[in-house]
Design a protein around this ligand. Structure first.
Ligand SMILES: O=C(O)CCC(=O)C(=O)O
Ligand SMILES: [Fe+2]
Length: 263
């Protein structure tokens, strides 16, 4: 996967543009989360694909160079297994039944985002990827080379994450914050760019099934622990996410129940 993603971004621009994202689509090569001409764009090339379940794969998926497509298929399957294991362990630790995790996430949408951050001569003037939390339940992040760039926000301070060789970075996303009724918090993160070295990462997102309903798991909601998020159809949740600019954790905040009248 590392080799294939590097090889993709090494292609000539005209080759990559054969996979260009069309306006109105999410899948393809090009920036996402662009909502106005005035917006400052992120310093990155992005290739986004829905990978599973198979019916969600778009025509672009089948046009990929064969070695890249095969690598993605194999990688997607293994990451799915790893993700489900981690989600069930996180759930178990707070009393959520494995069955409930399976029900919402096992047939969930999986998507992949390959990020290429070219070096920038004035890196302090740009952002590789604007601050955000992922809308997924869980994200498994693969650092393709050893250039640093990811930062997480902890107590208001941006902390650099140093890639460890042969290790993934695992991030909790908004959907799991909602599902765990706020026991787990999605992590706000961003990418900065280097003045000299390119950086490549591959994020794989596991999200709820699109025909499911996203809300706090019934096994964590009790009389003493009332729901702190409202329920929303998963498809509607993702439509909302993809039509906004990325701004910190502002999207998950819109799902919070803030007054008793909302319950
Ligand atoms: O490049 C990174 O390390 C972060 C990527 C990321 O946050 C994303 O694709 O959502
Ligand atoms: Fe992210």
């Amino acid at each position: 996967m590392k080799h294939e993603s590097q090889a993709f971004f090494d292609l000539a621009l005209e080759e990559k543009n054969k996979f260009e994202r069309s306006p109105g689509d999410t899948d393809g090569f090009g920036q996402l989360f662009v909502v106005s001409d005035e917006q400052k764009l992120d310093w990155a090339d992005i290739f986004y694909l829905k990978t599973a379940p198979p019916y969600l794969r778009m025509p672009i998926f089948f046009k990929l160079p064969r070695s890249l497509r095969e690598a993605i298929e194999e990688y997607a399957e293994e990451i799915k297994e790893l993700t489900m294991k981690v989600l069930k362990m996180l759930g178990k630790a707070v009393g959520i039944k494995a069955e409930e995790v399976d029900n919402l996430f096992d047939k969930g949408m999986q998507s992949m985002r390959m990020n290429y951050y070219p070096p920038c001569p004035q890196p302090e003037l740009v952002m590789g990827l604007s601050p955000h939390s992922d809308a997924s339940a869980l994200t498994i992040l693969l650092q393709v080379n050893d250039t640093e760039g990811l930062q997480i926000r902890k107590n208001g301070i941006w902390i650099p994450i140093v890639p460890l060789p042969n290790a993934f970075i695992v991030n909790i996303g908004d959907a799991f914050e909602i599902f765990s009724n706020g026991i787990y918090r999605s992590i706000e993160h961003r990418s900065v760019v280097s003045s000299e070295k390119e950086r490549i990462s591959v994020a794989t997102f596991q999200s709820p099934r699109l025909d499911g309903e996203l809300g706090p798991a019934s096994t964590v909601v009790t009389a003493d622990n009332p729901p702190t998020f409202r329920k929303i159809g998963a498809a509607e949740f993702y439509r909302g996410f993809l039509t906004r600019e990325l701004v910190g954790k502002s999207y998950v905040d819109t799902m919070r129940i803030t007054t008793t009248e909302d319950v």
